[in-house]
Write a protein that binds this ligand. Structure first.
Ligand SMILES: [Zn+2]
Ligand SMILES: [Zn+2]
Length: 362
């Protein structure tokens, strides 16, 4: 089942929600759309048979630079270099460095366990307190709103390595890493964003997603800028310049690059134990940096698996979800069985597959 369509049964059909959907997406009959999705969830492409990928692939498209986005990226990276210089020359308090490190590796769960495994893939379900926690953590990372991120990610999975993939790695390392965020999108991407927005009503059905989207700018200012600058100044007397440069800009930019690395490094370098015909690969370094998100060959084969990798692989985000599952906050965890993994590896892997030593959890 395509990730975009998993758990559409979560959809609420209260009148407020329907009005919102109708207004936002110009859909006249929300129920019929939902039913349509449920009836035909095995073949989303049937619903959009006017979409001709070959036509888009053959199109002569030249991306334009989106200057405001490019300037923001250049500014962030330039100021980050200054941040590294301040750290290297011992001008930053140790507590600030520890704070930045801890912030990166706690808020990262908002991306991995939150917008990625929960909202994009519906690989498990989470209760309201956990969804709120994940939304807050994700907002601290500043990586756009949940809805936009998850929608783009669904497009990426459904149309990987085609003209409709927002960060199509066939266009090179830099395009997949950051270029796609500073260039105008391919018309095929725009077309599929629009198409998948109609089968991703489950996102908008979640009030946490709606509120985070609605208040994204003030939440971004508060959680990504103001609080990270204030904490080092207030609690251990860090200077404003150091707080701004290191605790906001450098931290923000490091997090961006870790997330970008999944789209670039993990789509270019590594083994392919499960499917040698796709570009996404098992990349240990990306997994270490990105809290377990670098096992990307596995993830593209089993995108609905909440673990995004086999057991025994470095994957701290899986531990995070398991912890909340023990509390009862995360539930309905989906995972591939060892037999499924083994069969797939035998069928399409590159021969580097080694069966997991760990038993399948019941
Ligand atoms: Zn990918
Ligand atoms: Zn994914």
């Amino acid at each position: 089942m395509p990730p975009a369509l998993q758990n559409v049964d979560m959809l609420h059909s209260d009148s407020h929600f329907e009005a919102h959907i109708k207004d936002t997406y110009k859909i006249d009959d929300v129920k019929s759309v939902n039913n349509n999705v449920l009836d035909r969830n095995e073949s989303v492409s049937d619903m959009y048979d006017d979409f001709n990928l070959a036509k888009y692939e053959a199109m002569d498209f030249k991306a334009q630079i989106r200057w405001p986005d490019l300037i923001v990226q250049i500014a962030l990276h330039t100021v980050s270099l200054l941040g590294f210089l301040l750290i290297m020359t011992n001008q930053v308090k140790l507590w600030t460095i520890i704070f930045v490190f801890l912030t990166i590796y706690t808020t990262g769960f908002g991306i991995t366990a939150g917008v990625h495994r929960l909202w994009s893939h519906r690989a498990y379900k989470a209760n309201l307190p956990l969804r709120i926690l994940l939304a807050i953590l994700f907002t601290v990372t500043g990586q756009r709103d949940i809805y936009t991120w998850a929608l783009d990610h669904r497009v990426h999975h459904k149309y990987t390595e085609t003209a409709a993939d927002p960060h199509d790695v066939r266009r090179g390392f830099w395009f997949a890493h950051v270029g796609w965020l500073v260039l105008t999108p391919h018309p095929a991407v725009e077309n599929r964003r629009e198409a998948l927005s109609r089968t991703s009503l489950d996102l908008i059905a979640d009030p946490v997603v709606r509120i985070q989207k609605l208040f994204f700018i003030p939440l971004f200012l508060l959680l990504n800028i103001l609080i990270p600058i204030t904490i080092p100044m207030y609690f251990w007397g860090e200077s404003f310049v150091n707080s701004f440069v290191v605790s906001f800009v450098t931290r923000f930019t490091i997090m961006l690059n870790i997330a970008y690395s999944v789209n670039s490094f993990a789509h270019l370098w590594g083994n392919k134990p499960y499917d040698r015909f796709i570009k996404s690969a098992e990349n240990k370094l990306v997994s270490l940096a990105a809290l377990g998100e670098g096992w990307h060959n596995y993830h593209h084969v089993f995108p609905w698996d909440y673990r995004t990798s086999e057991l025994g692989k470095i994957n701290i985000s899986t531990t995070f979800i398991d912890f909340f599952a023990k509390l009862g906050w995360a539930y309905d965890l989906k995972a591939a069985t060892n037999a499924m993994i083994k069969n797939r590896a035998a069928k399409s892997g590159d021969g580097s597959y080694h069966p997991s030593e760990e038993p399948y959890p019941n």
